[in-house]
Design a protein around this ligand. Structure first.
Ligand code: HEC
Length: 99
């Protein structure tokens, strides 16, 4: 399962060009994040961080670090694996745009 996820992530990364963040597209992709980070980027759970209003570049870096393994978390890392570079940019733009 982990290998499959990695293979899919690698394939997606190689085939998608990098775009500047599109918050509307990011919102559409952020549905699965809401379970832990809250529908408006404010988490209801003590150990799950708020994302609303966070710096865009920081969010993008954290997601890339979870993907690369530079930042480790057993809960969050698999979530980042499912995102390609375009998703990362869009989702970062979306959460940064929230108040
Ligand atoms: C199952 C729960 C869960 C889901 C779903 C989830 N996350 Fe997370 N996320 C976490 C946890 C827990 C952390 C804190 C990790 C740590 O302690 O390092 C985290 C951390 C983060 C961080 C770093 C925040 C910071 O302040 O450094 C970002 C960015 C993030 N998540 C984005 C996302 C995005 C985008 C999605 C959807 C694609 C998502 N998460 C889905 C649980 C989740």
């Amino acid at each position: 399962m982990k290998k499959l996820t990695l293979a899919i992530a690698a394939t997606v990364m190689m085939t998608s060009p990098v775009f500047a963040g599109d918050a509307a597209a990011g919102k559409a992709k952020a549905g699965m994040c809401a379970a832990c980070h809250g529908a408006a980027g404010i988490s209801a759970i003590p150990m799950y961080p708020n994302l609303a209003g966070q710096k865009e570049a920081y969010l993008a870096k954290q997601l890339k670090d979870f993907k690369s393994g530079a930042r480790k978390d057993p809960v969050m890392a698999p979530m980042a694996m499912a995102l390609n570079d375009e998703d990362v940019a869009n989702i970062a733009a979306y959460y940064a745009s929230l108040k």
